[in-house]
Design a protein. Structure first.
Length: 555
């Protein structure tokens, strides 16, 4: 008996037998739903046999037969009613478990978010691709008609989405493009480190979405529920359908605040903050200014994460402030990093270590934050030990800067476009999907092995724009992305270690070393970060002006 648990209340299985009823009862089930019509197979017991055996062990049995491949809308509704009335947990079965899972998925439409339904089914080995639109449509079969159709559809209106739209229009001004994004605001996220360090005001990092979307681009203000790449269409929440000829996927990543026990209950108070949220970055600066003595923790989760240097940037700027205020000797700073090294590219570590020693920072590698008790001011970490085991470490704090674990958005992770880890599966050079030739991805959601930074997006957008137009027959030569990423590490107010590198950690400086030596702290690099990069972002990158970002052509 191969039982698969979909929810705590429902499990599904392939055909069960009368002789297995005792095992079903001993496993804790209280009711059975048969979704397989009698006589479907020559060796199949009838429902009457199953029901009789079930009654001997106090199990309720219900018969809801569904023909293979013909699950009706009303069947899903009836299945949901049975789940609500039968004592649980319930075991539903058919020939393989697929029909039972499909019925459950349809019954949850409008109750459970679509990505959660797809993910639960996927974990049990059942692909709900065939009923995605029906689930998105509240469990009802929709009219097979697209609500909109565009030559190019871009999912995501962040740095990647706006940049690639502008780069496309710079090359092909009459192109029919739509951006799908439900947000009202667009943020310059690299600026949040500076907000947390008291250099920028939060408002300087935000603009309305309407003001940054190119005027010749259609804005579909909605959330994506699912992808149907076999049909060249995107399903929006509410089952609106948008068809495309070319698709660009760049919705960013998901900050999993719920992945740390107790964190959501205390964010923004009790000394718990994070520069990874627009509304919390000012609280970071407030805490830094108020702290005169005590313990300050800075955390970094397992990779991949958005801007791997950001956890350290917050720490260095805070330590610099405490140094200038003359209170550093009274503050115990600890950096708790789930990884094994300070920074992934070794050439920049010596300069960073000088600041670690200057600020007397304790380095704790292999420690992953798993829980935060704000009122008690305690943080719990799981530490990897040399023998492969783990131990729990509890640390007190007066202030803690938390970086949450990060993953692809739910609707991406459960889609046909995702790899095994949930990221969009693209060729690292062309940024074209490995299985769907008219799909591209860039930014944080792509599975390319580069740093997830805005600087990477700045180089990726022209590559995607070029290669998409090649796919449409408007250009001839393909472009290549070399993995460039940049991380301006703010080691003190007025100085930055400007890390720039490509795939494999190969150094890729944009300036001659006599001007800016990225392996050493630089005042000029700070000037670049504070004064030049914001206007470059707003007025060049988002507007298709590819200053120092011309793509490398292949052949």
């Amino acid at each position: 008996m191969d039982v698969k648990s979909i929810t705590p209340h429902l499990s599904v299985s392939a055909q069960i037998w009368a002789s297995e009823m005792q095992s079903v009862s001993e496993a804790g089930f209280k009711a059975i739903i048969c979704n397989r019509p009698d006589g479907e197979g020559p060796d199949q017991p009838s429902f009457a046999e199953i029901a009789a055996a079930a009654s001997q062990f106090g199990l309720q049995a219900q018969y809801l037969p569904v023909e293979s491949g013909k699950v009706r809308d009303e069947d899903g509704k009836t299945f949901g009613q049975l789940l609500n009335t039968l004592p649980g947990p319930v075991l539903a079965y058919c020939r393989t478990g697929m029909r039972s899972t499909t019925l459950w998925a349809l019954s949850q439409a409008g109750v459970t978010p679509l990505p959660q339904i797809l993910e639960a089914a996927q974990k049990m080995g059942f692909d709900m691709k065939a009923v995605v639109q029906r689930i998105a449509n509240g469990g009802k079969t929709p009219a097979n008609q697209a609500d909109a159709s565009h030559d190019v559809v871009i999912v995501g209106g962040g740095a990647a989405g706006i940049s690639v739209a502008s780069s496309l229009l710079a090359r092909s001004p009459l192109l029919d493009i739509a951006i799908i994004d439900p947000a009202d605001a667009h943020f310059y996220q690299p600026g949040w480190t500076m907000v947390g360090g008291g250099i920028f005001k939060a408002g300087e990092t935000a603009r309305t979405m309407a003001s940054v979307i190119p005027t010749d681009v259609s804005w579909i203000k909605a959330a994506v529920a699912a992808f149907e790449p076999d049909n060249n269409q995107v399903i929006l929440e509410g089952c609106r359908v948008v068809k495309y000829k070319q698709l660009v996927v760049c919705p960013g990543l998901k900050l999993d605040w719920q992945g740390i026990e107790g964190l959501n209950d205390t964010l923004g108070r009790n000394g718990v903050t994070s520069n990874y949220r627009f509304d919390l970055a000012p609280y970071t600066w407030e805490l830094v200014q108020k702290l005169k003595d005590g313990k300050a923790l800075f955390t970094q989760p397992p990779m991949p994460i958005k801007c791997a240097g950001a956890p350290q940037k917050a720490m260095y700027l805070s330590a610099d402030h405490w140094t200038r205020q003359g209170v550093l000797n009274s503050i115990d700073i600890q950096f708790c990093n789930a990884g094994a090294v300070l920074f992934g590219v070794a050439d920049y570590v010596p300069a960073l270590m000088e600041y670690v020693e200057k600020y007397r920072i304790g380095l704790n590698f292999g420690e992953t934050l798993v829980a935060v008790d704000g009122p008690a001011r305690k943080a719990t970490f799981m530490k990897n030990l040399a023998d492969g085991s783990k131990e729990k470490v509890v640390r007190d704090f007066d202030m803690i800067h938390v970086v949450p674990p990060q993953k692809a958005p739910d609707f991406v992770r459960v889609s046909p476009l995702a790899d095994a880890a949930g990221w969009i599966d693209v060729d690292p050079a062309s940024l074209r999907h490995k299985s769907f030739a008219n799909v591209f991805a860039l930014g944080d959601v792509a599975n390319t092995p580069n740093a997830k930074t805005a600087a990477a997006v700045r180089m990726q957008a022209p590559v995607v724009a070029n290669n998409l137009l090649v796919a449409m027959g408007q250009l001839q030569s393909e472009a290549k992305y070399d993995g460039y990423g940049s991380c301006p590490l703010t080691v003190e107010r007025g100085k930055i270690v400007l890390a720039e590198f490509t795939y494999g950690g190969k150094l890729a400086p944009s300036f001659p070393t006599w001007l800016i030596d990225g392996t050493k702290p630089s005042a000029l690099a700070w000037y670049l970060k504070e004064w030049l990069l914001p206007p470059i972002y707003w007025e060049a990158m988002l507007k298709g002006r590819e200053w120092m970002a011309q793509p490398e052509m292949v052949g």
